[in-house]
Design a protein around this ligand. Sequence first.
Ligand SMILES: [Zn+2]
Length: 296
Amino acid sequence: MEYIILDMEWDSAYFVPEKRFINQILQIGAVKLNDAFDIVDTLDLTIHSSFSKRVSKRFTNLTGITKEMMLSGVSLKQAVEAFNDFAKGDTVVMTWSDSDLYAILDNERMLLKDVHFRIEKYVDLQKYIQNELRLKGHEITSQISLSAAAELLDIKIDDFELHTAKDDSTISALLLKKCYNKERFCTYIKDTSNPEFYKRLTFKSYYIKDFESPEIPRETFYFVCPLCGGELKQRSKWSFHNHSFSANFDCKNCDKKFIGRVSARKTFDSVKLRKKILEKKPREEKDDLQPLPEKV
Ligand SMILES: [Zn+2]
């Protein structure tokens, strides 16, 4: 098995047929690694835009790719074909975070006909390296940048040009070599031919707004008093605001008022429920939640 690390640079440009800005891929770089994770081949292509004669200033500042370089590049189709030739055989393709895959999907759909990046086995290298860093005792809460990961792993990157596809993929290779663990790495390999792979990738999570939704177990809406553990009496209807449902509650034992909150975020695999009960400060006691009708 061979390993390919793919990196791309893209620029946001207005695409008239879709009436929106899209991230057009303007450079791809890739390295091929052998079983010892040494680089055995490289690919480095700048791509001629299919619809724009310019590049943004921000893009040039970040990547060093000028308008002239872009205009003398190969077509996106040629670049993808060159990559596919580079990645043929039994390969695992990696990118630093799956955001590259969104760019690939967008570019394929809008700018390419009948040509697709050949990515069959895929690893989100950022996800893998982050896990390895955590196992080494580093606390990582948000998505880590390539340079930050290199620093934590004591990899010198002064001689590289960050944000060029070739050097970013080379740095990624050094990171992988330093962090490779066969058993754990294998669990990160995804089969992109499984239809679920792209369904999961493109699924957008959302907060459930419908109080009656069968996806929220009814018991989620019951609360006990956080002070005495006794039963709370619901004093208002549930209302939805800022991603969560709220209602007022009273505890007779403690003579205290509370607000109960429930949020339910639908993800591809599950519904993430969060609930909390907060005591109301006296000044907050007047509220705008609709009271429950009196029982007769
Ligand atoms: Zn109580």
